[in-house]
Design a protein around this ligand. Structure first.
Ligand SMILES: [Zn+2]
Length: 527
């Protein structure tokens, strides 16, 4: 989409933005809306399937469903008889599902003797009048073009208010340390918190525009939203650049805010939470009682230990740009990354599958959108994440509203996540199997990428180079990898801009690891 056609949509954006910013959601409304959505989930699902799939001749799902000889009435009957999830399992068995790469149009879909070729935009929700396309790197989902729509933002805001209520963080100022556009995370945080009457008091961005090579469109959109908002009385915070190695500046803001207002909240990626806590403890700053909210990379025990060492609490969120807010934690966690599944807007099932380029089998999540404002139509789409799903009682407000399913031990199986930035595994495979052997010699099997976490809870991507490959300048090899990501990977500019600041990418000279005699290019550490 060109800049011109974007600008043509700005008057509509202006009108809707004004309505969005003038409306403040209350806690009572949030409870009512979410309860109603839970009650109507089957109706909403069937309506999306009828209009978004069967009523949309270009829908890729229509082709898969025809292959499975499945008409709308069949799905309706299955849902009415056995419920959404049982119907989804039957569809998976009939071949109606997509891997993340298939959903992103990176790989053809082969089911039985049928061969389909889909493009990423084929999955756009046809009922959405989007103003703007954003890139989703910076969340768990790597590099997908996603529509930005204020109706969807509104639908998601209800979760934000409940998340603060459940986390006992309604009465303290909120700061965010999230990237600017092209990542959606910062700007959407700014809008959601305004929408629930809890405006962001301070916005730190860990990257600046040149660093992520932000397009003119992104630069204009950011200023447009902030200054147009101010014109209508919404005092939206401007982003202040604080690099990821300057966590002490954020820690000072948190400590000062706590001193002044009796408490503070901060929304950021888990790696950054750890950096803030570390900086606070190391410099004798009191940030105890601070509520950290965020997701975008695995929430591990090591990270939680670091956060607790500063006397702060972590409130994990599970988020995928294409779907929205999938889940949020409460105080009754059974595991460090335990979240309540927001089953009003997303139906989730699991299937056992082997991970490509590795010898590991995982219980992958498959997501189906139930919200008509969802940016993408998703029917049994994997997100490259796996984990545990169970129904459990914890006694919190989420449960009271009917959110009884929990997800935890959530990890990615083909995406690589470092400091909240995500790259799809297959993009890295090309670098490991072609670019590096071409540059330094050796075989494709002499290179491997390992995702690991250090004792301080920071996620690192370790580039393993076999000693069989001759002398290698480690800084040069890092530069080559980052440059390749920047040039040839969608979403890579943001990740490279981010990773180049910290030691996210490190090099180790050792023989590639193998878990069953077979060398995998991407090696997943079993945690
Ligand atoms: Zn709970």
């Amino acid at each position: 989409m060109s800049l011109i056609s974007d600008v043509a949509k700005y008057p509509r954006l202006a009108w809707d933005l004004r309505g969005f910013l003038r409306n403040t959601i209350t806690l009572e409304q949030s409870k009512q809306v979410l309860s109603a959505r839970l009650q109507n989930r089957e109706k909403n699902f069937l309506s999306l399937v009828r209009k978004g799939i069967y009523g949309n001749p270009g829908s890729p799902y229509l082709k898969l469903l025809k292959m499975a000889c499945c008409e709308f009435e069949d799905i309706e009957n299955m849902v009415n008889r056995d419920g959404i999830e049982a119907a989804l399992h039957k569809l998976v068995a009939a071949g109606v599902y997509l891997s993340w790469e298939e959903f992103k149009g990176k790989k053809d879909v082969i089911r039985g003797g049928n061969h389909f070729s889909f493009k990423e935009q084929d999955f756009d929700n046809p009922f959405l009048s989007s103003y703007y396309y954003v890139q989703s790197s910076g969340t768990r989902s790597a590099g997908t073009r996603t529509q930005f729509d204020l109706r969807h933002r509104s639908d998601i805001s209800y979760y934000y208010l409940l998340a603060l209520a459940v986390g006992n963080a309604l009465d303290v100022p909120m700061g965010i340390w999230m990237p600017i556009l092209p990542s959606l995370t910062g700007i959407s945080g700014l809008l959601h918190y305004w929408n629930i009457g809890k405006p962001v008091a301070k916005w730190f961005t860990p990257v600046y525009e040149n660093q992520v090579q932000a397009s003119l469109r992104d630069r204009l959109a950011l200023r447009y939203i902030i200054y147009a908002g101010r014109l209508w009385g919404a005092k939206l915070a401007k982003p202040d650049y604080v690099s990821v190695v300057e966590a002490i500046k954020v820690a000072h803001w948190v400590a000062d805010t706590k001193k002044q207002f009796g408490g503070c909240s901060l929304t950021c990626f888990p790696s950054l939470m750890v950096k803030v806590c570390h900086a606070a403890v190391g410099n004798g700053l009191d940030i105890s009682g601070t509520h950290f909210f965020g997701g975008g990379e695995p929430f591990t025990e090591a990270k939680c230990r670091e956060i607790e060492a500063a006397g702060a609490t972590a409130n994990p969120r599970y988020w995928i740009t294409e779907i929205g807010f999938i889940g949020c934690s409460c105080r009754g966690l059974s595991d460090v990354d335990d979240v309540h599944l927001f089953s009003d807007s997303v139906a989730t099932i699991q299937r056992q599958r082997k991970v490509e380029h590795t010898d590991i089998s995982v219980n992958a999540f498959l997501f189906t959108s139930l919200m008509t404002s969802s940016p993408k139509v998703m029917l049994n789409v994997e997100s490259d994440d796996y984990g545990v799903m169970e129904t459990r009682s914890c006694g919190c407000l989420f449960e009271e509203l009917g959110f009884k399913e929990h997800l935890y031990n959530i990890r990615s199986f083909a995406k690589l996540t470092g400091s909240g930035m995500t790259i799809i595994g297959s993009d890295f495979v090309r670098i490991l199997e072609e670019v590096l052997p071409h540059e330094y010699g050796g075989a494709a099997t002499d290179y491997q990428l390992l995702e690991e976490e250090d004792s301080q809870g920071q996620t690192h991507l370790c580039l393993i180079i076999s000693p069989d490959v001759g002398a290698v300048d480690e800084n040069e090899v890092k530069d080559i990898v980052l440059e390749e990501l920047r040039r040839n990977t969608y979403g890579g500019k943001l990740a490279a801009g981010f990773w180049s600041q910290v030691n996210t990418l490190c090099v180790k000279r050792m023989h590639p690891k193998s878990s069953s005699g077979k060398i995998a290019t991407l090696h997943l550490t079993k945690r």
